[in-house]
Ligand binder design. Sequence first.
Ligand code: FAD
Ligand code: NAD
Length: 409
Amino acid sequence: MNKPKILILGAGYGGMISATKLPKYLGKNEATITLVNKHNYHYQSTWLHEPAAGTLPADRARILIKDVIDTNRVEFIQDTVTLINKDENKVVLEKSGEIDYDYLIISLGFESATFGIKGMKENGLAIENLNSVRQIREHIEYQFSCYHCTEKKEDERLNIVVGGGGFTGVEFLGELANRIPELCKEYDIDRKLVRIINVEGSPSILPMFDKELVAYAISRLESKGVEFKFGYLIKECLGNKVIIEKKSTKETEEIMAGTVVWTGGVRGNHIVEDSGFDVVRGRVNVTNQLRVPGYDNIFVIGDCANTPDPNSDRPYPTTAQITIQQALYLSKNMPKVLNGEDYEPFVFNNMGTVASLGHGDAIGIIFGKTKLKGTSAAAMKKIIDDRYLLKLGGIGLVLKKGKLNLLSK
Ligand code: FAD
Ligand code: NAD
């Protein structure tokens, strides 16, 4: 009898945990497992703000897929998914053509969402993947390197606008504020000439944290030179400036900037929408067993899924923490899926949230109530990062890529 074919799309948190854990729950003769990803490496999206600012080499945030999967059990195909043909159980790949499946796990992750802001896609830079963050780092360095080489010194070249003060925006601001003094030293630029301006539509940053932690984060970032424009929406992004609108009065202003980094939100991978799935902001409303309604053999996890939260009328937020739990849940239940048995709904166990404010500083809430700030929160963030590496590739991977150990570069 032919073994059922399980196909995993995308090697982010969801895809990698699925590819490493499924072989532990399924015998060799129970199923074949294939993983498709556009690169031969997995990158840690949760670290992307660091290489974007240049405070961590991009290579530290990536792991060769073949170094962590069991290639005797999982076939890895390096290719780009261009379409999912859900009615014929086939996936179209850019180079290898069609590949068929019996069970599909879609974990193609997130993309930057620009909500139709004029010029943002063309002129803004997004924290989206390893290539996009390398471009941000290089772009900022380029602007610094040009400063003394133009006839008329253009101070605006040194202005950096960060659009959006959610988690990604704040974590990037923290890294950037730490990196700027280094860049100033390297390029002989007076630190006072460099502006880092965060434009946030809401009255403050990070609304999910309580006032005390938010006030701490704002004061720490301001002390490192970040300027906040709260209650302003970016309306347009041009090559050398952004147009912002004060929400209360609708008055507009211009901010000249050599660099605009957009951190105003994310959506699910466009491939899912292009393939005809019903989506909201690129995300499929999955069932509480993470299946696509009407397609019992297709599962969506991570940032391409809107996962129902039984305690709220809104889906769970899209985070790596929930994605990892979804992949573990699905891997454990896959034997039941293959046998046509029922299984318990997915429930997210929220361990807490930590937002970095740059090296050695952070804010967080863990286990539902314990507030952390400063070095204790920063240490917790490192523990979370290393815990994932441990889960994925054991102690060897922690020693090679982890944040807490001394052996890593
Ligand atoms: P992703 O991590 O986006 O991975 C998707 C994978 O699919 C990638 O390998 C990509 O190359 C591949 N892929 C994409 N398109 C194709 C294609 N067409 N063909 C083949 N392969 C493809 N969450 C937390 O819980 N804690 C945090 O501290 C945290 N920090 C974050 C910091 C930053 C700067 C950002 C941007 C996000 C952070 N998040 C955090 C959110 C978290 O990164 C996402 O929720 C998580 O990455 C989702 O995992 P995923 O597996 O769905 O997708
Ligand atoms: P987000 O949607 O959480 O935040 C985007 C921010 O941009 C919001 O505060 C919004 O008000 C603002 N914004 C949107 N349009 C704007 C405009 N035109 N002008 C000005 N401001 C505008 O997006 P994110 O920060 O990229 O986070 C995406 C997901 O990843 C979330 O689920 C988040 O929880 C997760 N994440 C988690 C962590 C962490 O746990 N440490 C870190 C990064 C991201």
